[in-house]
Design a protein around this ligand. Structure first.
Ligand code: GLU
Length: 376
């Protein structure tokens, strides 16, 4: 299966706790991590961006704090996460640095991938980190996450990250080599599924609540993750990563389940932006800006003639021409108040006017979907 990663540009790799932490001793599997680091070096040498979503904080922390085995109370797992996360980040930073890679820790909650301003900020930070050649090491911010703002499992967190970053591959590394027609630990007839084109109710029934080792994510959460990511145009691979060099093993054709996506990440994102039901405001732009947008450029403050509505940074707005015709929809990089103050001004003037240096664009082209131009 050599084409599995060949065409990918942005790859999210989710590392399950059971790979990183030895279940018996509670210690870090450092040699395994070294082999993963070598895999990442190879991906980066091919020009790919890699983001890691890693579990293991709770598993490492409970060992460090000498917590008893068995189920932990919520506060205990949060305390364990706090003690474990610092060890986890240290391990990644140390091992990756030996291979010349800068690891950067990002802790997210559900809000950060959903709430508009935080979403834009998290995305911009991650993009900048990748441009600078770093490898983000992402985990849930377990210590502050309450029941309402929890992902609960990193499979879904990884899927949200993949969709936020327009990744084209999400690799879920765990202790199972994919989806089976029934639970293989109980059913000798269970058949391995190599490829899923659509996640049908039959496929969902196959997952039936199976739970894997140390981590929290069973097959059900992997399927949920696959749904989120494939809808965002990202192909998902469930692979067994226990042995060393898990990505190299994938390339060599180890058994996996591959979930195909029916769209591309860019198309899925544009469709999402275009489909926002309640845009919060309107930007009226001049003819020059209409031409720029038609040519695939960003919307700069200079081309804005009027700002209507109450919107905040990250909200969806409608872009119209002087005759009121809809041209596009997009996510505003400034709230309505600031947008009004910089409308018609050059990007160089933004800092002097607002007193801070924001984005050069009012709507970046990645955050813009042309919704009306084709009808003209
Ligand atoms: N965030 C948790 C940790 O780092 C793991 C969640 C999961 O296993 O999916 O320990």
């Amino acid at each position: 299966m050599t084409d599995l990663l060949a065409a990918a540009h942005t790859i999210v790799v989710k590392v399950g706790s059971s790979l990183l932490v030895d279940a018996k001793t509670g210690r870090l599997r450092r040699d395994w991590l070294k082999s993963l680091s070598a895999d990442i070096v190879k991906l980066k040498s091919e020009g790919k961006d890699v983001l890691l979503v890693s579990s293991g904080a709770i598993a490492l922390g409970r060992h460090a704090l000498k917590l008893k085995s068995g189920a932990l109370k919520l506060e205990e797992s949060q305390a364990a996460a706090a003690a474990g996360q610092v060890r986890l980040a240290e391990a990644y930073a140390d091992v990756l640095a030996r291979d010349g890679i800068v690891a950067a820790q990002i802790l997210l909650t559900l809000d950060d991938t959903e709430e508009r301003r935080r979403y834009l900020n998290a995305r911009a930070t991650l993009k900048t980190l990748l441009e600078l050649g770093g490898v983000p090491v992402i985990n849930e911010n377990d210590t502050v996450a309450t029941a309402e703002i929890r992902f609960g499992d990193n499979d879904r967190l990884a899927a949200r990250v993949a969709s936020m970053m327009e990744a084209d591959r999400l690799i879920l590394l765990s202790d199972v080599d994919g989806l089976y027609s029934a639970d293989p630990t109980h059913d000798a007839e269970a058949r391995h599924i190599d490829e899923v084109r659509t996640i049908t109710p039959e496929i969902e029934a196959m997952a039936g609540g199976s739970v894997s080792g140390v981590g929290r994510g069973g097959m059900t959460s992997k399927l949920m993750a696959a749904k989120i990511a494939t809808a965002a145009g990202c192909e998902v691979v469930i692979a067994k990563g226990t042995a060393q060099s898990p990505i190299a093993a994938l390339r060599a054709g180890s058994r996996v389940t591959r979930f195909r996506a029916s769209t591309t990440p860019a198309a899925a994102r544009k469709r999402w932006i275009a489909g926002v039901l309640k845009p919060q405001g309107t930007l009226i732009i001049d003819e020059g800006a209409v031409k720029a947008l038609a040519a695939g450029k960003s919307l700069l403050p200079a081309g804005i003639r009027q700002v209507d509505g109450r919107f905040e940074r990250g909200d969806a707005v409608v872009v119209r021409d002087g005759d009121g015709r809809e041209i596009a929809r997009g996510l505003a990089a400034y709230g309505a108040g600031d947008a009004e103050r910089i409308a018609g001004k050059r990007s160089l003037e933004i800092e002097a006017i607002l007193g801070y240096r924001g984005r050069d664009e009012m709507i970046h082209r990645d955050d813009l979907a042309l919704t009306g131009l084709t009808e003209r």
